[in-house]
Design a protein around this ligand. Sequence first.
Ligand SMILES: NC(=O)c1ccc[n+]([C@@H]2O[C@H](COP(=O)([O-])OP(=O)(O)OC[C@H]3O[C@@H](n4cnc5c(N)ncnc54)[C@H](OP(=O)(O)O)[C@@H]3O)[C@@H](O)[C@H]2O)c1
Length: 260
Amino acid sequence: MTAGLVGKTALITGAGRGIGAAIASGLAKAGAGVILLARTADQLDETANAIRASGSCVEVHVMTVDLTDDTQRATAIDDLLSGGPIDVLINNAATVEPLGASATIGLKQLRQAFEINVIAPAALTAALAPGMAKAGWGRIVNVSSSVVGHPGSMIGGNAYAATKAALEVHSRNLAAELDGTGVTVNVYRPGGVDTAMQGWIRSQDPQRIGAGLHHRFLSRYDSGGLITPQESANALLSHLLGEDGDRTGAIWDLGDTVST
Ligand SMILES: NC(=O)c1ccc[n+]([C@@H]2O[C@H](COP(=O)([O-])OP(=O)(O)OC[C@H]3O[C@@H](n4cnc5c(N)ncnc54)[C@H](OP(=O)(O)O)[C@@H]3O)[C@@H](O)[C@H]2O)c1
């Protein structure tokens, strides 16, 4: 167990499945109490039960919240602020929707993507970073995508690419703003990971999302090119708990050009 996280508390969004669930398990294993947030209660309970069954003697709480809903998000933030300090914030929840030719994407869908992928991480950060700065220690990680490094690589994923680019610039600017406070802000690009998000893309009608995009995701899966959520989470944890632990403003990239 890493002494650095013993007694700390981490909030992980999108912790019901996939990469978020694996990061939450890894943080609990490293000694942090965890607050697991997503919309689907059953999945959150599954992650919580797996952490408890693993023998981690840490506090595990679940919060069922739709981060795109202003009222639910505000209530969740009130609840978080009235609890104990939160030392680690992993903004992992996101949507890859809407996919398809940009001219077919409605503004409502576009706003929804920005709401979960950009506004929600920024809102949680605005609420929690002051407490971290006051304590003189905090860790914020925003889960992005390698698509930001290769913006033309995901034709049909304009909304996703734009939201993740916004999230990265937000992160790096914030890292500079908080420099010297003890609160670090870093970006994690988790690689191509075998999760529900990837499965959902493969299940879509190629005509709707674009045959090229569909083919890329299908062939990546068929060729065994995806890593497991556990492998991706381990890579992030090795940054957070290792030599990079005090770095800020970094982009930790595990991916390549065909990652979501
Ligand atoms: N998988 C990849 O290959 C890959 C590659 C690059 C980047 N990423 C990034 O990695 C992160 C995790 O992706 P993943 O593949 O693990 O996705 P996933 O399997 O779809 O999981 C997404 C998580 O976010 C939660 N979530 C989605 N919308 C939400 C909302 N409105 N409010 C609260 N929670 C919400 C989901 O739970 P509910 O549906 O229950 O709310 C779920 O727990 C994302 O930021 C994604 O962009 C993934």
